[in-house]
Design a protein around this ligand. Structure first.
Ligand SMILES: [Zn+2]
Length: 232
C-alpha cells in the first residue's frame, strides 16, 4: 500500500527497522561494509535521503549529507523554490547508492526499481512509504566541469590557498547536490525532457555557486580593509 504523498519517515524509524532485521543479515551487511547515512534538506520534512555507501566511502557520504543538510539552506531562495514542486512530489524515502565510479562512466542514474537490499521489498516497519532510488558516482564528480567557463572565472577570484581549497570543497558539494536534485526531478517527472531537467539543475548549480562566490569575496574584501586599517 502506498501512503499518500506528504507522508514523512524519521531517521530513527529507519535505524530501528535496520536493527530489527535478523542478526545474520545485519552481520553479513556489516562484513560487507555497507552503511546508511540519513540526510534531510534543512527546510523540509520530506523526502528523507538515505546515503547507502561502503565504509571506505564514508568521507564522501559525509560530504553529500552536508550538501543536503547545510549547503541547501545556504543557496538563494529562488534556487530552492525551483525544486518546490519536485520535492513536494518526491518519494518519502530516497535511497542514494553512493559509489566511486559507474561502469558506464555516468555521474548518476535514477532507478526504476529499488535495488538496495533492505529497501527492495516492502516492510511494515517502514510504514508503507513510497521509496525511490538513484545512484551517484562521486569520483568523476570531483573532476566534472559542470560549467567550464564560469567555473574558471569563479576559480580566478580565489588566489589564496585556503580560500581556494574551501571554494573547491563547496563546489564539489554543490555539484553533488545538483545531481541529487536532477535525478529526483527525473523520478518525479519521467515525462519531462532531459533538456528541461538539465537546464533546471545547471541553473541551480550556477546560481548557488555564484551566490557563494559573491558572499565569500565580499567578506574577503572586508578582511583586507581591516588589515589595511591595522597597518595604517
Ligand atoms: Zn538527466
Amino acid at each position: 500500500m502506498r501512503m499518500p504523498s506528504g507522508s514523512v519517515i524519521s531517521a530513527a524509524a529507519i535505524a530501528e527497522y535496520l536493527h530489527s532485521r535478523r542478526r545474520w543479515v545485519r552481520w553479513r551487511e556489516r562484513l560487507a561494509g555497507r552503511q546508511y547515512l540519513p540526510a534531510r534538506l534543512g527546510d523540509r520534512c520530506s523526502p528523507l535521503y538515505l546515503v547507502a555507501h561502503h565504509l571506505r566511502d564514508a568521507g564522501a557520504a559525509r560530504q553529500l549529507s552536508l550538501a543536503i543538510e547545510q549547503d541547501w539552506m545556504g543557496v538563494p531562495k529562488p534556487c530552492r523554490d525551483a525544486y518546490d514542486r519536485t520535492l513536494s512530489q518526491a518519494p518519502t524515502l530516497m535511497v542514494v547508492q553512493l559509489r566511486r565510479r559507474n561502469a558506464c562512466g555516468c555521474l548518476g542514474h535514477r532507478h526504476s526499481v529499488v535495488k538496495e537490499a533492505p529497501f527492495a521489498e516492502p516492510h511494515d516497519a517502514l510504514g508503507g512509504v513510497e521509496i525511490g532510488e538513484m545512484d551517484l558516482a562521486y569520483k568523476p564528480v570531483e573532476t566534472w566541469r559542470a560549467l567550464p567557463l564560469s567555473d574558471t572565472a569563479m576559480d580566478a577570484k580565489f588566489s589564496e590557498g585556503s580560500r581556494l581549497e574551501e571554494f573547491h570543497k563547496v563546489q564539489f558539494r554543490l555539484k553533488l547536490l545538483s545531481i541529487i536534485l536532477h535525478e529526483t526531478n527525473h523520478l518525479v517527472s519521467p515525462q519531462e525532457p532531459e533538456i528541461a531537467i538539465r537546464q533546471r539543475s545547471v541553473s541551480f548549480y550556477h546560481d548557488a555557486l555564484a551566490a557563494y562566490v559573491e558572499n565569500a569575496t565580499s567578506t574577503l574584501s572586508l578582511t583586507i580593509d581591516r588589515s589595511f586599517f591595522r597597518f595604517g
